[in-house]
Design a protein around this ligand. Structure first.
Ligand code: PHE
Length: 477
């Protein structure tokens, strides 16, 4: 075994089956569903984007998640070790995952901090003046100091949870707070649907107009599927490595995928009807949820509106936390397993790097700091991971499983040596071996080409170059 730790101490496993599903769902359900999905759908034309996203979730997301769980559990190692222990030439795929984790953590805590800030803003009277809600978001995120303080608080919460270790911190947080968030979203949805004119929002979300689709929309849908399901960066490999041999991987994958996707769709239903009723623009961008939700509750007025708004942002913050701890965990378990670091040291070291990236990202929203090809740091980290790293990472995991691992070994792993029946094994295997790598390559190439029209192509090419360089130097890793 390639690890120092695994030799001396049995690997920590999940306390219970439900605990694992909830923790994996906790990783999947986060800002990706409630913050990113609605605004990306809004910017990408609505229904057609949603339809393509759903197709990608079912055919690509499900298969990749099952692959990641299987690779993780089979090797019992985190992202890098899982590849390295099989074949050193594949180590770079794990390393790409660790880099993705760092890059996503270069902006995720910024948004997590916004969510925390909104708890305070609402508690101290933001809802009293509904007219001010729209403008206050822009002013807040471009402020040089305030968002940084909230981001720091958010990062500290991550550090505390991850230092406590896998079954202690993460599992408990997920179990209690995920159901709460689901209920709040349902209430928000019902409330929005009761407003006059809200039906237009549903039409926007579910009536696909495929004439609006271009290669950028398709790549955005693919990226959204990977981001939202926490795929393509070794996160689910790491989680799978903590999974007991008797758990049913197929069922677990189905449950996590279903939960994640229903929360995203529910977030869309919570957002768009209200937006259309208020006459807001669906292309509002990253401020969407921070504008619509407080507005909705402000219109409701009174204590109930205030309480629900508070609960919403508490729920969003917790959903964000259970996701970002999984990102941090990928980086941390790499440092523990491969570099022999102590957990506390690994957490603190990673957090320092993340904090630095987040500071640059947060400042970039106020127009401060360096840009590359006219794109600021926040958008660079988002573009690199969401559009390039995760999709390519997912593609490589599939190629690894399909072409490097043994078919029979995979079958044994997924069916628990024949105990679990998986009649779709052949379909899954062929998807992973042939269809998905090919499909991702086409979508990514077309998407990068399309990205040049939007002034983002250079950054995407940079992402591809970073991956190639990582692959070249993988022997040293
Ligand atoms: N899936 C998380 C979300 O939707 C983000 C994430 C991406 C977490 C990749 C882990 C790995 O917010």
């Amino acid at each position: 075994m390639a690890t120092s730790n695994a030799n001396t101490k049995p690997r920590d496993t999940w306390g219970s089956k439900l605990g694992f599903v909830m923790a994996a769902a906790g990783s999947a359900v986060g800002l990706g569903n409630i913050w990113k999905f609605p605004y990306t759908a809004g910017e990408s034309g609505g229904g057609a984007f949603v339809a393509i996203y759903l197709i990608f979730v079912i055919f690509i997301g499900f298969s990749v998640m099952l692959t990641e769980f299987a690779v993780g559990r089979k090797t019992g190692l985190s992202a890098v070790g899982a590849f390295k222990s099989t074949d050193r030439r594949w180590t770079f795929v794990g390393v790409i995952g660790v880099i993705s984790g760092l890059l996503i953590m270069g902006f995720y805590p910024v948004v997590g901090g916004w969510s925390l800030a909104y708890i305070q803003k609402i508690a101290t009277g933001l809802l009293d003046t509904p007219e001010a809600i729209g403008g206050s978001f822009g002013a807040f995120i471009s402020d040089p100091v305030q968002p940084l303080l909230w981001m720091a608080l958010y990062l500290v919460l991550n550090i505390v949870i991850v230092i406590k270790g896998i079954s202690g911190g993460i599992e408990k947080a997920g179990k209690i707070l995920m159901p709460l968030l689901f209920i709040i979203l349902i209430i928000v949805s019902i409330r929005g649907l009761m407003l006059p004119g809200s039906i237009e929002g549903l039409k926007f979300l579910f009536n696909p107009d495929f004439s609006k689709v271009d290669s950028s929309v398709i790549l955005a849908a693919l990226g959204q599927a990977f981001f939202s399901l926490s795929l393509g960066m070794g996160c689910m490999i790491t989680y799978g490595s903590y999974l007991k041999k008797k758990e049913n991987l197929v069922q677990t994958t189905a449950m996590v995928t279903a939960m994640d996707t229903s929360v995203a769709i529910l977030a869309g239903v919570a957002m768009f009807p209200a937006m259309f009723a208020f006459g807001m623009e669906p292309t509002a961008g990253p401020g969407l949820v921070f504008g619509v939700v407080p507005q909705l509750f402000a219109e409701m007025g009174g204590m109930v509106g205030l309480l629900l708004a508070l609960l919403f942002f508490v729920g969003l913050s917790v959903a964000a936390l259970t996701s970002s701890v999984s990102l941090l965990e990928v980086v941390v378990s790499y440092l523990i397993d491969e570099k022999g670091m102590k957990r506390t040291t690994a957490v603190l070291l990673s957090a320092v790097v993340m904090a630095l990236l987040c500071i640059i990202a947060s400042l970039s929203l106020g127009g401060v700091g360096p840009t590359l090809f006219d794109v600021g740091a926040f958008d660079i980290f988002d573009l690199l991971t969401d559009k390039i790293f995760l999709a390519v990472g997912g593609m490589l995991v599939c190629i690894f499983a399909g072409w490097r691992l043994n078919r029979e070994d995979l079958k044994k792993e997924i069916t628990n040596d024949g105990d679990v029946s998986f009649p779709l094994f052949n379909l899954w295997y062929n998807l992973v071996k042939y269809v998905i790598p090919f499909a991702i390559a086409i979508v990514a190439i077309a998407g990068v080409k399309g990205g040049f029209d939007a002034g983002k192509g250079e950054i995407m090419v940079l992402g591809l170059v970073m991956i190639a360089v990582t692959a070249l130097f993988s022997k040293k890793l």
